[in-house]
Design a protein around this ligand. Sequence first.
Ligand code: PLP
Length: 401
Amino acid sequence: MNHESRITTRADPLRYLSDELDSLKQDGLYRHLRVLDGEQAARASVDQRSVVNLSSNNYLGLTTHPKLRDRAERATRELGVGSGSVRTIAGTMAIHMELERALAEFKRTEAAVVFQSGFTANAGTVSSILTRDDVIVSDELNHASIIDGARLSRATIKVFPHKDVDAARQILEELPRQPRKLLITDGVFSMDGDLGALPALCDLADEFGCIMMVDNAHASGVFGRNGRGTVDHFDLHGRVDVQVGTLSKAIGVLGGYVAGSRALIEFLYHRARPFLFSTSHPPGVAAACLAALEVLETEPQLIDRLWENTRFFKSGLQALGLNTGTGESPITPVIVGEATLAMQLSDRLLREGVFAQGIGFPTVPRGKARVRTIVTATHGREDLQFALDCFRKVGQELGII
Ligand SMILES: Cc1ncc(COP(=O)(O)O)c(C=O)c1O
């Protein structure tokens, strides 16, 4: 049999994937990737259309900040484009250590470790600090990276309803005293924009002797003094054992980190699998992150502007009679119910010049599909007013308003 006939007669073992895709299409959940033609910015070009961009996590506009660009460029010229190894072999450069010291200082902890992403920071930490003998008590809306880390740890996973501290207490009361327990919440929930029940969970952690962990991916750079996150916002310093943050959202670059005690960080250096088995950041990434931390200290007006824009836009959506859920952060969902309607709303908004992604099951529960909006410090008032006018027009057209 020649090569060609072998190719044509072979049954496709991945055929079931096409079937899955067909069913996504039938459910109105099939998505084309939207392509940015230029920079990630408040006014952007998406699929060759000029839009007000309400879809990024670029809260402070740092993806295009001149200081970050300069430092990344300089580090790339001086140190090259890659680190060439995993951290534990030859991939720890002085600039990686400098970034970890700066993050620990920023978070007011003894030490910090940087991962390749917020996802690997969560998954790598939860999976390495717990074992099959332990228990994880987790908010039902915690991020996928926490869920995956919990599964990888093989610990018993107990999920409490969203922000239901009484239910978390009941779970803890019913557990035997011996197993090690991790109590874990997002600082800000990414699909609803509400804050985790951190102060009350810290009280529970104290009472039941739990390890307390928070994922501040959407809170760092947004909440707390100079964007130090929810631990600072709620004044809980010293009461949260494991603080995760991302360098990919408000910080504007790429990566994740864990801040905590020196022993925690040293342990992660030895046991966190993404740290051990995946190459470290290029020096330009670390340099840009260092510059971002300086910007947080020297340009707090960016955070003020983020919050002014948040208040203006959220109240504008509410005045239109849209269901904005329980958001308390720059993330404001517009909840419409069925996924097909959310996707229709998103598509129509894009045609009008507003980029706000539709989100359906399984990212959010069935019947709670939405268009998620995120404002940034770099949106102008006219951008946000334009977006509100488009929401009014399209909302009325689709019978949402
Ligand atoms: C709550 C939360 N945690 C962690 C992450 C992962 O962060 P990164 O994009 O840096 O991997 C995200 C990003 O979507 C997130 O929303």
